[in-house]
Design a protein around this ligand. Structure first.
Ligand SMILES: *Cc1c(COP(=O)(O)O)cnc(C)c1O
Length: 381
């Protein structure tokens, strides 16, 4: 509520100002040269105006300050999207010659794709959490996990994983949990990644990414951001700061509804299996006996759309959308079955949501043309 806004009352302001400047005038070009040299040396935020909009922005910096405070890190660096944030981390590691990444599936589909395709020159070894220590090589620059993972909500023991990493930085994608439910830096993750597009923004109207970390790594990320240009727009910085002020309330309310929906889904005869994380949260994944495409076609109150973390409830079919880009065999191997649906629970009334889901599930059973999956019994995992 207050981080990133500490100076406002002294300035006679209540809402944070939005600074849309792309450049910052100065009659002292010797001082500007010194400020650029200082940035090139450490990546520390310039004192005073940022010289040019690609070096930094005061409105975005407010969001970064607040997010770092929430995650319990010294710094945070914001980017134009979650993928731009992950790209900057990979480039920062590759620029030191450490191109090898050890990662645990599942990850968000595009993160998986970025690593697998080696688009930024990285080479990935996929393993399970128990295999991390053995997968490390002298050129390993990063270990990456998501917990709870997109889309299966699989959880890893972050403290144990951080221990297995030794001196190799652990990046934990904390998009699903948010700092309200989990602060990975406290458990040993050096880098905490968010698709801020999701819960941090929280209203489905801003694309953004952010990495919370120590100041040394933040300096490297700011230098990469300066050189590659994946900056966050100041209006997005404003919306994110505003989103953070209601984050705990939104996450707790949506999580309570999600837990109740997970219970009701587990008892529904059309549902084969429900995944709901031990730490809670507003995401529910479930496998249906019938045709998952018919559930998507059947919802009316719930919005059939990819993405998550908004105030309204969204449902999507990961094998068709969020994880479509992952090789089919790898996708199934990571637990993303063709019958899995991912629900991002919002702030609607739980009974309204359940009426909609129940109706769509019943329709999916009668419309189903696919063979039923073997009965495994519903279980809340
Ligand atoms: C959406 C998402 C991303 C990518 O973020 P964008 O803001 O869409 O670029 C990364 N990780 C997770 C877990 C996500 O859900």
């Amino acid at each position: 509520m207050h981080a990133g806004r500490d100076d406002l009352a002294r300035q006679g302001l209540h809402a944070p100002p939005i600074d849309l400047s792309t450049t910052y005038p100065s009659y002292d070009s010797r001082a500007e040269a010194a400020r650029i040299d200082a940035f090139a040396a450490t990546g520390a935020e310039p004192d005073g105006p940022p010289v040019y909009g690609r070096l930094g922005n005061p409105t975005v910096a407010r969001f970064e300050t607040a997010l770092a405070r929430l995650e319990g890190t010294a710094s945070a660096v914001a980017f134009a999207s979650g993928m731009a944030a992950l790209s900057a981390v990979l480039l920062a590691r590759a620029s030191t010659g450490l191109r090898h990444v050890v990662a645990v599936r599942p990850l968000y589909g595009c993160s998986d794709h970025l690593l697998t395709a080696g688009l930024l020159g990285s080479e990935v070894t996929w393993t399970d959490p128990a295999g991390i220590a053995d997968a490390l090589r002298p050129d390993t620059g990063l270990v990456m996990v998501e917990s709870p993972a997109n889309p299966t909500l699989a959880e890893v023991d972050l403290r144990a994983v951080a221990h297995a990493c030794g001196s190799v930085p652990l990046l934990a994608d904390n998009t699903f949990a948010t700092p309200v439910l989990q602060r990975p830096a406290e458990q040993g993750a050096r880098l905490v990644l968010h698709s801020a597009t999701k819960y941090l923004g929280g209203h489905g109207d801003v694309l953004a990414g952010v990495v919370a970390c120590d100041e040394e790594f933040a300096g490297q990320l700011r230098q990469i951001r300066f050189a590659t240009g994946g900056v966050l727009h100041p209006l997005a910085g404003y919306l994110l700061l505003r989103g953070l002020s209601t984050l705990p309330v939104r996450v707790r309310a949506a999580s309570a509804t999600a837990a109740e929906l997970a219970r009701r889904l587990a008892a529904d005869p059309h549902v084969a299996r429900v995944h709901y994380p031990r730490i809670g949260g507003a995401m529910v994944a479930f496998e249906v006996h019938g045709d998952p495409h018919e559930v998507i076609a059947g919802v009316r109150l719930v919005t059939p759309a990819v993405s998550l973390g908004s105030v309204d409830t969204l449902i999507q079919h990961p094998a068709s959308i969020s994880h479509r880009i992952v090789d089919e065999r790898e996708r199934r191997g990571a637990g993303v079955s063709d019958r899995l649906l991912r629900l991002s629970v919002g702030l609607e009334d739980v009974d309204d949501l359940w009426d909609d889901l129940r109706t769509a599930l019943a329709a999916s059973a009668t419309a189903s043309t696919t063979a039923p999956v073997p009965e495994r019994g519903a279980a809340v995992v």
